[in-house]
Ligand binder design. Structure first.
Ligand code: SAM
Ligand code: SF4
Length: 325
């Protein structure tokens, strides 16, 4: 499956829920967010049908996200169900890690292959502040559990936020010195009610790289032109790698082959634009399998070329927790 600009679409990110057990400053406003009633979210059978459709159209990799994917009831069975779908070669998860301590073995057993765990700082007070209440020790236990369960590779995601964690990037990067992890630094993107906050506090990747090199030595580039949106590097003598994801300062739209399915059954055509196609309504109105497939394919074809952050326009309709990153 390709879009109108010829970009191959093999990667589907699925939001399993619009709820979370944290409330990160860049992802949700402090208050006043409307969660969808349960009956307006995709049920397991509907979700599995859409993954089957996507796989028949060429999707090979699924990433489960949210909200926090591990708080969805029955998440282990859902992973198992996706595993059975012909064509799906990889099932990854992006998680805040809080529940991995308990869930990692069962998820790995059910067919999850890899995990990205979000970790913006290892300082307990700063972690509490950026997540509005989280306990970093739980995340560290979760990462250890993911590793013990055999999930590979382990990637850690840090969104760098001025005034919150921009001075912690070197200590996060130093984790790769003796662990074979990829620690990835993500530029904060603006969405809806947290858009002004994100625009004011974004730290670009070049600044992050300078801070890390000043503390830990020069970075050796690994892939600067690959398909992965992360530019990757290695610290001198390190076991793991560093990744820099720079949607704001160095957009990678020309190579973006990602589709996103929101928890309420919309195909989101670009992370940073409001364009969506409703799949839930036709599903519930009794559309046939072939009709759903055609709606999916036609919507994917319409993907816009890229975002408009350079023109100071950001999506208004949803914040990240309602999309799925
Ligand atoms: N709850 C899970 C987690 O935190 O990993 C999965 C969902 S979360 C929305 C997915 C990823 O999006 C996380 O790595 C998070 O840090 C990132 N994220 C959330 N809001 C963001 C923003 N405004 N800009 C950049 N990344 C953001
Ligand atoms: Fe929850 Fe993840 Fe958003 Fe943080 S980034 S509020 S953990 S969904």
């Amino acid at each position: 499956m390709k879009d109108q600009y010829g970009r191959e679409l093999t990667d589907l990110r699925i939001s399993l829920t619009d709820r979370c057990n944290l409330r990160c400053v860049y992802c949700m406003p402090a208050e006043g967010i409307d969660f969808r009633p349960q009956e307006e979210l995709l049920r397991d059978d509907e979700l599995l049908l859409l993954v089957r459709v996507a796989a028949e159209l060429g999707v090979r990799k699924v990433r489960l996200t949210g909200g926090e994917p591990t708080v969805r009831p029955g998440v282990v069975d859902l992973v198992h169900g996706i595993r059975q779908i012909p064509g799906i070669e990889e099932i990854a998860m992006t998680t805040n890690g809080l529940l991995l301590e308990y869930l990692a073995p069962a998820l790995a057993e059910a067919g999850l292959t890899r995990a990205n765990v979000s970790l913006d700082t290892m300082d307990p007070d700063k972690f509490h502040r950026i997540t509005r209440g989280g306990k970093v020790e739980k995340v560290l236990s979760g990462i250890a559990a993911a590793e013990a369960a055999g999930l590979r590779p382990i990637k850690l995601n840090s969104v760098v936020v001025r005034g919150f964690n921009e001075d912690d990037v070197a200590s996060l990067a130093a984790l790769t010195l003796d662990r074979p992890w990829e620690v990835r630094f993500i530029e904060m993107m603006p969405f809806g009610s947290v858009g002004d906050f994100a625009e004011a506090g974004v730290v670009n990747s070049e600044e992050t790289i300078e801070k890390i090199e000043a503390a830990l030595g020069p970075l050796t580039p690994l892939n600067l032109s690959g398909e992965d949106p992360a530019r990757t590097y290695r610290l001198p003598g390190a076991a793991g790698t560093l990744g820099f994801i720079s949607p704001v300062s160095q957009p990678f739209c020309a190579k973006c082959g990602r589709l996103r399915l929101t928890a309420d059954g919309r195909l989101r055509l670009c992370l940073l634009r409001d364009d969506e196609a409703d799949l839930l309504t036709p599903l519930r109105l009794g559309a046939t399998y072939e009709e759903i497939k055609e709606t999916f394919r036609a919507a994917a074809f319409r993907r816009p070329f890229g975002h408009a952050l350079a023109e100071k326009m950001f999506p208004q309709a949803r914040v990240m927790i309602q999309i799925g990153g």
